[in-house]
Design a protein around this ligand. Sequence first.
Ligand SMILES: *Cc1c(COP(=O)(O)O)cnc(C)c1O
Length: 419
Amino acid sequence: MNRTLPFTKEHIEDILQQYPTPFHIYDEKAIRQNARHLKTAFGGVHGFKEYFAVKALPNPFILKILKEEGFGADCSSLPELLLSERAGLMGKNIMFSSNDTPAKEYQKAKALGAIINLDDISHIEFLEKHAGLPELLSFRYNPGPLRTGNAIIGQPEEAKYGFTRAQLFEGYHLLKAKGVKRFGLHTMVASNELDNAYFIETARMLLDLVVEISAEVGIEFEFINMGGGIGIPYRPDDVPVSYEKIADGVSQAYEETVHRHGLRPPKVFLECGRIITGPYGYLVSTVLHRKNTYKQFVGLDANMANLMRPAIYGAYHHITVLGKEDAPPNHKYDVTGSLCENNDKFAIDRMLPEIEIGDIVAIHNTGAHGHAMGFNYNGKLRSAELLLRENGKVVQIRRPERPEDYFATLDFEQLENFK
Ligand SMILES: *Cc1c(COP(=O)(O)O)cnc(C)c1O
């Protein structure tokens, strides 16, 4: 896997004149190229559309770029709906897939004309009561023991999401009886999965169900949504998926199900987050301290508030020391942040070139589930987000948090009068 960066040390030093570390920086050119690659690969798949999972990188500038590339938004909360609306996405360009959903969120999704995807059979009545049933509805399927999950998402049977197989049949019968006219079918069974075959199997599973449910319930499906979950090569030896192979497999499954049974062809949707932006983001940080005790530590000005994945999943994120790309990686370090939790480490026992105070590091693959997952525990503030434009210029698309942001929900006037 190629680990070249879209910037040099000199370029970053220029950027530092205006924007101090730490920050996440996203490569617009690479995001657009990847979006076009996905669309081209799936060009032969009926009605293909990608709904970007907003939770992966909830920044309206990114949503606007992806909208220009023809993507919609996959939302799961009220703020995500509002953010998508701000980026100009509405109606069929939003898929609303949430769970344990509050009434307010259904009301907003309905008002935006978003495609609503229900997580449970009991939500049919809940939605009807609080927002009214739209003309088009979709259900999230949980195959339970019929599919195996993977480490990040766990086994489908244990998952809180979706309808059982029997509930799907019952649910579509119910929708039909209530006068709903248009139908979709959704699932999400993998996360960070690199096996092409897994996604083809998911498409086949959904298409087989479309055949069965159509016949039994007497309805037609407008779309299937294969969910997200396409993985990215975090580790240098991981092999990326092939969009072409997945698309070819989906087309073949389509041929053998939809076409063989002469069904009205459902559109095929994806709602990936990670693979759309993940590889094109970098957390850039400066080395503040070196510490030698029982181990050698390198302390950064970033911490797990900026990138949680290593701490919560033990995830690998590649690290490049800028300007030392070609130096031998002959030092073993734990690369840490400043949070008072011992799991605040970006890397453990990582072989890197010798690091000095003031060195700048780029932590790779932070463009999805990076900044977004951050928290304020320990009074840690989240960093800025920068966009590296196609002309090499940089735009700040989110400023860093300040202490006032952390205090914004507190009323200090009330405190003064508090006895
Ligand atoms: C998280 C999520 C996605 C996106 O997952 P990625 O792994 O980022 O592709 C899509 N759909 C649903 C329902 C999700 O919860």
